[in-house]
Design a protein around this ligand. Structure first.
Ligand SMILES: Cc1cc2nc3c(=O)[nH]c(=O)nc-3n(C[C@H](O)[C@H](O)[C@H](O)COP(=O)(O)OP(=O)(O)OC[C@H]3O[C@@H](n4cnc5c(N)ncnc54)[C@H](O)[C@@H]3O)c2cc1C
Length: 380
């Protein structure tokens, strides 16, 4: 990491400690959107974290960005979703958009003037993305979109989304009939309902409905039909590194709180940290955090040097997200009855962690990707 990257990371760590820590519990329990935090994130440049400086972003590497995500998630994971999904949309335009599209959209994304996310999932299609039904029909120099997306992060408060559609529902193979558009909310495109969730509260996950929504053909990402599936899954390596960093952040937060509590709480005349049963848990938790961190660093380094990293990013995502789940559960056990109290943060880690096993490809799919890669890279 460069000195500048270090400074950015440290200033974000201080900000998270100062601004997020005191309010996380209250906003999470009220499931309230942190509007003031969004304004602060704009100031910090987080909406342009990975966007090229040419377009007003910070141009951070995946390695630095992952460390930022991990440090914020160790305090409160949910706000990461506000800029992370937004940056996946931006990355799609940056990697696959035409020069005109980059000039038009990226500066507004980088400043946070336009905020949003990525709309892939539909009620009938999550893992099997090629089954989506949202249809874009060409009409002169416009397309008319009809369909429903669900579970879309930033769906209520965001106004602009990268949306995956079918432009040719009969195409074989199916992915050749898929395209991605930049869609701004307006006539025919709105959020229909906010989804109520177990965790990852305060952040809006919503259903998006398109009813005869007209979008200019100039907003077809890359300007050519049939590339949407590759554009969507092409961002997944980076997306997986980011989800891994969120999982590792939760794992680290659970360890930090448990380590402190284990030294404060005494039973049978000594701090519980001196009971071997608790020591075993702390040791395993710390080892998971370090292993997750190293897997993430390895995947991010490969990504930054342009090397193929599907195996590495899947391993990082699988291990770090499971580490988040395991460490948050172990922290619950270490806190004993108090883990069940909403006065402590561990109950939030426990509710937030399982999402990391689902997002950016479920962990079942990560195992399948890893196994396929192992065979591909080690042929007989
Ligand atoms: C809080 C939250 C936020 C989200 N944000 C977004 C967002 O911003 N944008 C977006 O587009 N989506 C978003 N999603 C959707 C998420 O990406 C999907 O939920 C995820 O891809 C899984 O799809 P599904 O829920 O339809 O599960 P399904 O695809 O129905 O899978 C169900 C189960 O079957 C397993 N499975 C499926 N196929 C196979 C197979 N071939 N082999 C083995 N096992 C298989 C899965 O691993 C899983 O265990 C979000 C979801 C949540 C919960």
């Amino acid at each position: 990491m460069s000195d500048v990257d270090n400074e950015i990371l440290e200033s974000i760590e201080r900000w998270a400690e100062r601004e997020l820590k005191p309010i996380a519990k209250k906003f999470d329990h009220a499931d309230e959107y942190p509007l003031e935090i969004v304004e602060q994130m704009k100031e910090l440049g987080l909406f342009g974290a990975t966007i090229d400086p040419e377009y007003g972003g910070l141009g951070l590497s995946a390695s630095t960005y992952a460390r930022i995500v991990m440090s914020i998630a160790s305090i409160w994971m949910a706000p990461v979703g506000i800029f992370n999904s937004h940056l996946i949309m931006a990355a799609c335009v940056q990697r696959h958009g035409t020069d005109d599209q980059k000039r038009r959209w990226l500066p507004k994304f980088a400043s946070g003037e336009l905020r949003g996310g990525i709309g892939l999932t539909e009620p009938n299609a999550g893992t099997d993305l090629q089954s989506i039904r949202t249809l874009a029909r060409r009409d002169g120099d416009q397309y008319v979109i009809n369909g429903t997306k669900t579970w879309i992060t930033n769906g209520v408060y965001g106004t602009c989304f990268g949306v995956l559609v079918k432009t040719d529902p009969e195409a074989q193979p199916r992915h050749k009939g898929m395209s991605m558009f930049i869609c701004e909310k307006g006539d025919g495109f709105q959020a229909a309902k906010k989804i109520r969730k177990l965790g990852y509260k305060s952040i809006d996950s919503a259903e998006l409905v398109f009813e005869n929504y007209r979008v200019s053909a100039e907003q077809l990402i890359g300007g050519i039909e049939g590339r949407g599936f590759q554009q969507a899954v092409g961002g997944l390596e980076l997306g997986r590194i980011n989800v891994a960093a969120r999982g590792a952040g939760i794992a680290a937060g659970a360890l930090r709180d448990a380590l402190r509590y284990a030294q404060e709480r005494s039973t049978f005349g000594k701090p519980i940290a001196q009971h071997q049963a608790i020591q075993l848990k702390l040791a395993d938790m710390a080892t998971r955090v370090e292993a997750a961190r190293l897997l993430i660093e390895q995947a991010a380094r490969k990504y930054d040097t342009g090397e193929r990293c599907d195996l590495e990013s899947s391993m990082a995502k699988l291990f770090a997200s499971e580490a988040g789940v395991e460490n948050s559960l172990e922290a619950m056990r270490i806190f004993g009855g108090y883990s069940y109290s909403t006065d402590f943060d561990v109950e939030r880690y426990y509710r937030d962690a399982p999402l990391m096993c689902i997002g950016e490809g479920t962990n079942e799919m990560q195992r399948i990707i890893i196994a396929k890669q192992l065979v591909e890279r080690n042929p007989l």
